[in-house]
Design a binder for this molecule. Structure first.
Ligand code: ADP
Ligand code: MG
Length: 235
């Protein structure tokens, strides 16, 4: 197990300013942020072993520093349910990628736990040159993209601040339970917000964290990051 600092240093040494998806999960996991179980596979056999360890169904995704939108090149397959399917889709993704993104470096195939669909929220941070890390929270999809309904705080955050952020968005009632949908696990969201604040304070190389979406489950059921983008720079 490499330390979070080593993950960042290695990316920078390889001339990257973005962590690969599995690096981002490894990094977040080291800080206790809930991420899907995963493993990186470089062969069909290894992919099957990882899938058995992670538990079916799984998602297969190409990992490449040269591919930004994986789905566009046939690089993502969700809901893969058996050893046979893992073998089939491992090869399918590899041939899609060599046909649609010739020359792209492929680090491997990420085999990942399926995260059940639920209420999507986003937690993010940008390091402002004047204010330092600014932490953002909002609901996913149209709420952030169209309505810009987010709350912002300058790090470091106390638990109280994170709680306030949840209550401050215009759509706050959706988190409380709405038309038969149960109330969300607020504690789990507060915990992720606080951890993002702590990461930004303690790892100066990180310029941006974008956890989008974070799947927010009903009370008592937690939350889980379903996609993560982490940008780094030399300091
Ligand atoms: P990209 O945006 O590069 O095409 P993503 O990693 O976002 O690739 O995957 C594409 C889509 O597949 C996601 O938007 C999501 O709907 C689904 N997906 C990806 N990973 C998971 C997962 N672990 N569990 C459930 N669905 C997933
Ligand atoms: Mg995506």
């Amino acid at each position: 197990m490499v330390s979070p600092k080593e993950i960042v240093v290695r990316a920078l040494e390889e001339g990257r300013n973005k962590l690969l998806e599995h690096e981002a999960y490894e990094f977040l996991g080291a800080f206790g942020v809930p991420v899907p179980r995963f493993g990186l596979a470089t062969s069909e056999d290894e992919a099957v072993r990882v899938a058995q360890r992670v538990g079916y169904p799984v998602v297969l995704k190409v990992v490449s520093p040269d591919i930004v939108h994986k789905s566009d090149v046939g690089g993502v397959k969700v809901n893969v349910a058996s050893d046979e399917e893992v073998r089939k889709w491992f090869n399918n993704i590899m041939s899609n990628v060599s046909a649609k993104a010739p020359g792209a470096r492929v680090v491997g195939i990420l085999v990942q736990e399926m995260v059940p669909q639920d209420l999507e929220v986003i937690v993010g941070s940008t390091r402002d040159p004047v204010f330092g890390p600014v932490i953002m929270f909002g609901l996913g999809g149209v709420f952030v993209e169209v309505l810009k309904d987010v709350s912002l705080r300058i790090a470091p955050l106390a638990e109280y601040d994170a709680e306030e952020m949840l209550g401050e968005i215009k759509a706050a009632r959706i988190l409380q339970g709405y038309r038969g949908a149960p109330p969300r696990d607020r504690k789990a969201l507060v915990d992720i917000i606080l951890k993002v604040s702590r990461i930004m304070e303690s790892v100066e190389e990180i310029t941006d964290i974008d956890l989008n979406p974070v799947m927010s489950f009903p009370e008592g059921k937690g939350a889980k990051v379903a996609d993560a983008r982490i940008l780094v720079r030399r300091v």
